[in-house]
Design a protein around this ligand. Structure first.
Ligand SMILES: Nc1ncnc2c1ncn2[C@@H]1O[C@H](COP(=O)(O)OP(=O)(O)OP(=O)(O)O)[C@@H](O)[C@H]1O
Ligand SMILES: [Mg+2]
Length: 216
């Protein structure tokens, strides 16, 4: 293992512990603060009609209030569904309140749907990505499975985004990484396969790549 891989493991351990130890009332306040921040700063959410959320695990910031808000606004809301062990990618299943859910191999609830009801990342207008740590340049450290990176690799590398810059129907969804402020670290190494979010947003920060950051 390289030093950075050891670092990544240590950062993940530390940050997961940190976010899991947030008391319930802080989690709740953070979730509503983030909802307001997203409605203000992520303009794409007002025109996206297919949006992928996630169900918070392990102390991740909870997007459920935002998902319910979007659902009531008539947006189609989706949740990630794990692919097979062979392809290790995510598909997306439409969620409606009260629908049947089933736990995946990591114990995370997913909509219980048939394979033919699954959509791909290219069908989404906006994808919310949870993370374990982020830095001021918009680098994202996830749980380490590489699921978001692998899923988005075909649509969202900087080269593909550059080629599609004049197309309004490019197939890379708007990528919005969400986190608690305490998940900030000074610097993360960007791996060649990392897909960089268009925006990283916390209750207290909005970070767009190219190292431009606004603090509140
Ligand atoms: N496009 C890809 N093709 C094949 N393997 C990939 C791809 N992207 C990432 N991986 C593999 O996934 C592993 C984990 O990647 P990484 O550490 O970036 O995960 P992560 O971004 O923290 O996880 P996640 O995206 O699930 O939150 C790496 O070892 C990498 O080799
Ligand atoms: Mg990654």
């Amino acid at each position: 293992m390289t030093d950075y891989m050891i670092d990544k493991t240590a950062i993940r351990q530390q940050m997961r512990k940190r976010r899991s130890s947030l008391p319930a009332f802080r989690q709740h306040l953070a979730s509503f603060a983030l909802l307001r921040r997203i409605l203000l700063h992520v303009s794409a959410i007002h025109r996206a009609d297919r949006i992928s959320f996630y169900l918070a695990q392990d102390g991740e910031i909870d997007l459920l209030p935002l998902m319910l808000h979007c659902f009531r606004q008539g947006r189609r809301c989706f949740l990630p569904v794990l692919g097979t062990m062979d392809d290790q990618k995510l598909n997306f299943a439409e969620w409606v309140p009260g629908m049947a859910m089933v736990k995946n191999r990591f114990g995370i609830p997913e909509p219980s749907v048939h394979t033919h009801q699954l959509s791909s990342a290219a069908d989404m207008n906006l994808v919310f990505m949870p993370l374990v740590a982020f830095d001021d340049c918009g680098n994202r450290l996830g749980m380490g499975g590489g699921y978001y990176d692998r899923t988005l690799a075909a649509y969202c590398t900087p080269e593909i985004k550059h080629q599609n810059r004049f197309q309004h129907n490019g197939r890379c969804p708007r990528l919005v990484a969400t986190a608690h402020d305490i998940q900030h670290v000074p610097e993360l190494t960007r791996e060649s396969w990392d897909v960089i979010p268009d925006i990283t947003i916390t209750p207290g920060r909005v970070i767009r790549p190219r190292c431009f950051s606004i603090s509140f």
